[in-house]
Design a protein. Structure first.
Length: 144
């Protein structure tokens, strides 16, 4: 099953280009041009990764990140921006972003970040599943 990616960027050319390239790589991709529509999509569908610009219309990328994390902590968020500073990168990571990428960037760079993010997400899910399995096996009711 291919991973679902949502791209949220108000730059039409960037959005279309990323969507096209990620589809070629086998990702199931949708894109929107503002955070409000992006938030509606996140709430109505399951996404593995959201790639969003830091500067958006409707709400900032940072506020969008916070709203995504309120809705679902499991969604991986990658922030992209042309106005990258160390402070904004640290702030995004503190708010729950998985990674941060400065524009301009190569599609290959983004694909590598997505692969790492999805590996992290899958590994975390497996660890949590195994923890629950072990806890249920050794819970008080199973002691003889």
């Amino acid at each position: 099953m291919s991973s679902k990616v949502l791209i949220v960027d108000d730059e039409k050319l960037m959005r279309i280009s990323l969507e096209s390239q990620l589809k070629k790589e086998g990702y199931n991709v949708k894109s929107v041009d503002n955070a409000i529509d992006g938030l509606k999509m996140v709430k109505s569908e399951e996404y593995d990764v959201v790639v969003t610009d830091l500067r958006l219309s409707g709400m900032s990328g940072m506020d969008f990140l916070k709203e995504i994390k309120k809705h679902n902590q499991e969604i991986i968020v990658v922030i992209m921006t042309a106005y990258g500073t160390l402070e904004s990168a640290v702030s995004a990571i503190k708010e729950g972003a998985y990674d941060y990428i400065a524009k301009p960037f190569s599609t290959d760079e983004l694909i590598i970040k997505l692969q790492r993010a999805l590996y992290y997400k899958n590994t975390t899910a497996e660890v949590n599943r195994l923890r629950k399995e072990i806890q249920s096996e050794f819970e008080f009711g199973n002691i003889i």
